[in-house]
Design a protein around this ligand. Structure first.
Ligand code: TXA
Ligand code: MG
Length: 352
């Protein structure tokens, strides 16, 4: 437990109370840290133009210094002073997908402190689609630097409870606006290179982006189970979203996945292990032994995105030794889900 008396407030996610927003903005302007909800996950915000404040983010999270941060804006005009130029493609994408779960890379201007970009010449910017986030940025009057509001290495927070678990006593304020909608972090897209490339898959999918950028690619290290591929984004090289338990992800036909997990769970339970099974609404009734939790519906992968990080945290609470997780098909939002499962399991993907 840290030494700061963290102020926790419930705040309306549709019409945020002005006085609570102003209270948060005051902390931001004073160089303090405020956790707030976005449509993806909770962010840990600081004044993005205040180097000392941004440094506090790295300390509170225990984040490696070489991992750059995203700047959050509340209007298109706020982008201009932060970047060298805005390409035609960027303009179209911002109009189409902002506010929303798409982070774009730009060549940075000198206004952006080096600590934000970890020394890189590009800066990541996004406009979140959440009234609390937007009002907080507006009221602060500065771009807000915000990584996910978790301890580095843990699953990103999708509720204020998760933020409290990780950061209580280490930051000045937590704005509790309920659970987040997408549940997975934003898509990070690099437009500063010849062929636009997705550095991290998220809520805006490869398929969505292809409609506007036909040649866009997904960084192969994001999905392939070849651990020798080095991700292009600094943040992606760390083991992330990691449960305390050892995790294995099963991919293939659904019936085969269920059969393989049942078999493996049986063996492990015989060995005296506590086994967590990450099932889906369609399959959870088929399992008999182990700590069984459904992560959502295979018919609506968005629900799996929403619940994934919470379910990983709940397995840790139940102190399971091993998590056997069902994989999903890697298209649309399924690509982002499989990317997070791959990272949470340290690449232990089992094809059945
Ligand atoms: O949905 C989200 O993006 C959430 C909410 C709070 O907005 N934020 C978030 O931030 O996930 P964070 O710091 O946990 O992840 C940012 C990712 C990291 O993988 C980082 O390496 C990458 O974006 N990134 C940031 N700036 C970059 C840059 N200039 N070049 C390459 N990657 C960059
Ligand atoms: Mg993060």
């Amino acid at each position: 437990m840290g030494k700061i008396n963290t102020r926790i407030v419930k705040i309306n996610g549709i019409n945020p109370e002005k006085e609570l927003i102003e209270e948060g903005a005051k902390f931001i302007r004073a160089g303090k840290l405020v956790a707030f909800p976005t449509e993806t996950v909770y962010g840990l915000g600081a004044n993005g133009l205040d180097e000392a404040a941004v440094e506090e983010i790295f300390i509170a999270k225990g984040r490696p210094q070489d991992n750059p941060l995203i700047l959050h804006v509340s209007s298109l005009e706020e982008v201009k002073p932060l970047v060298k130029e805005i390409s035609k493609e960027a303009e179209i994408l911002m109009k189409e997908f902002w506010p929303g779960p798409l982070t774009l890379l730009f060549k940075k201007s000198t206004l952006v402190p080096m600590i934000i970009t970890a020394g890189l010449d590009t800066v990541a910017i996004r406009m979140p689609n959440h009234p609390i986030a937007i009002e907080l940025i507006k009221s602060s009057g500065v771009p807000i630097a915000a990584p996910s509001a978790n301890t580095s290495g843990k699953p990103s927070p999708t509720s204020a409870e998760h933020v409290i678990e990780d950061l209580y006593g280490k930051i000045h304020m937590i704005m509790d606006g309920g659970t987040t909608g997408v549940g997975l972090e934003s898509t990070v897209l690099d437009l500063t290179v010849e062929t636009p490339i997705i550095l991290r898959p998220g809520g805006i999918t490869l398929e969505d982006l292809k409609e506007i950028l036909p040649d866009v690619e997904l960084d192969a290290a994001m999905i392939k189970d070849d651990n020798k591929l080095v991700p292009k984004s600094p943040g992606q090289k760390y083991r992330h979203y990691a449960p305390k338990a050892d995790m294995f992800v099963f991919v293939g036909q659904v019936e085969d996945i269920v059969k393989a997990i049942k078999e493996r769970a049986g063996q492990l339970i015989e060995e005296g292990k506590t086994v967590g099974i990450m099932a889906t609404d369609e399959t959870e009734h088929e399992y008999e032994r182990g700590v069984i939790m459904s992560v959502g519906s295979r018919k609506n992968l968005g629900t799996i995105g929403q619940n994934l990080f919470n379910v990983i945290r709940r397995f840790d609470e139940r102190k399971v030794d091993i998590i056997l997780a069902e994989g999903v098909e890697s298209f649309h939002i399924g690509t982002a889900i499989m990317n997070r499962l791959k990272k949470a399991s340290g690449g232990k993907i089992i094809k059945v």
